[in-house]
Design a protein around this ligand. Structure first.
Ligand SMILES: [Zn+2]
Length: 209
């Protein structure tokens, strides 16, 4: 890939935007007020803007390997805090995807160096849902289900944070668990029953009464 190609594309993109709206960059350089916080995988095949038709300014984004929400990850925690408490987003989306290399790597008995502690979080998801996952006969189906369960558990991790609990308590945000089906291009809403999950976990994780 010729890296110069990117600059050519950039010039073309600027021209296209200005043709449609001569004030485009004036507006874009104002304050941001995105309504969505998106937490997704770093995978190069999952391009957030393209597949959702999202324009610059619409969505605050955090991406890492296998769309994890780890409570010791200062970067993810800062993004969540800023998006929920300051930008006051209305929706938080955690979006996984089938064929996730991070999820696959976590299922292999292999020393992956610095990736070990990161992937261990996914192994923990497997342990939590071991009975269901072990009962799945086909390997690919097992991976796919783990991708879905990982999204669900990362939504739970999100709900463990004080700012998200506060916003949920005041009905300021909605949490969504999605999976991008890389085979068809569809985004699947997992329709996670957060009321049920909240009821189960809040006894332990509640930070406010
Ligand atoms: Zn991935």
């Amino acid at each position: 890939m010729d890296i110069e190609y990117i600059f050519e594309n950039n010039r073309q993109w600027i021209a296209d935007k200005l043709k449609k709206d001569p004030e485009y960059f004036k507006k874009l350089s104002g304050e941001q007020s995105p309504e969505i916080l998106y937490i997704g995988c770093s995978d190069s095949r999952v391009t957030t803007g393209d597949l959702m038709g999202i324009e610059p300014g619409d969505m605050f984004v955090h991406r890492n390997i296998a769309n994890m929400v780890s409570n010791t990850d200062l970067s993810a925690m800062s993004v969540i805090n800023y998006a929920v408490s300051y930008l006051k987003v209305k929706h938080v989306v955690i979006c996984g995807h089938y064929n996730c290399g991070g999820v696959k790597a976590a299922m292999q008995s292999k020393d992956m160096g610095i990736l070990n502690p990161w992937l261990r979080n996914i192994r923990d998801v497997y342990r939590l849902h071991k009975d269901e996952l072990n009962a799945i006969e086909f390997e690919e189906q097992k991976y796919n289900r783990l991708v879905e369960l990982n999204v669900q558990e990362q939504c739970v991790n999100l709900i463990k944070t004080a700012e998200v609990q506060k916003a949920l308590l005041h009905s300021q945000i909605t949490v969504h668990g999605w999976v991008f089906d890389i085979h068809t291009g569809h985004i699947i809403d997992m329709k996670i029953d957060f009321n049920k999950i909240l009821k189960d976990i809040m006894e332990i994780y509640r930070l406010e009464s």
